[in-house]
Design a protein around this ligand. Structure first.
Ligand SMILES: [Zn+2]
Length: 74
C-alpha cells in the first residue's frame, strides 16, 4: 500500500488523523501529529498504523453495507 499526504491513520496518542508531513517523505522521516504534537517515525506508522487503518476501513464498509441492505428490505 502506498502512503502519501492523504493518508489518514490515527495518531497512536490521541487518535487524530492530521499529520504534519515533511518533504521529502521518507520511511525514516518523522511525522508530527497536528493535534497533540506527537512525533512518530513514518516506518512505525506504516508498520503499526496500517492494521488500524484497515480495521477502520472495514468497519466503514460494513456500516455502508448494512445501510444498503436496509434499503433492500424496506
Ligand atoms: Zn496525536
Amino acid at each position: 500500500m502506498e502512503i502519501n499526504e492523504n493518508f489518514s491513520i490515527p495518531c497512536p496518542e490521541c487518535g487524530g488523523t492530521d499529520f504534519e508531513v515533511p518533504e521529502p517523505l521518507e520511511d525514516d522521516s518523522f511525522v508530527k501529529c497536528a493535534q497533540c504534537g506527537f512525533e512518530v517515525l513514518l516506518a512505525d506508522i506504516k508498520e503499526h498504523g496500517l492494521d488500524k487503518a484497515r480495521e477502520h476501513v472495514t468497519d466503514q464498509i460494513q456500516k455502508q453495507l448494512k445501510k444498503e441492505f436496509r434499503k433492500f428490505f424496506k
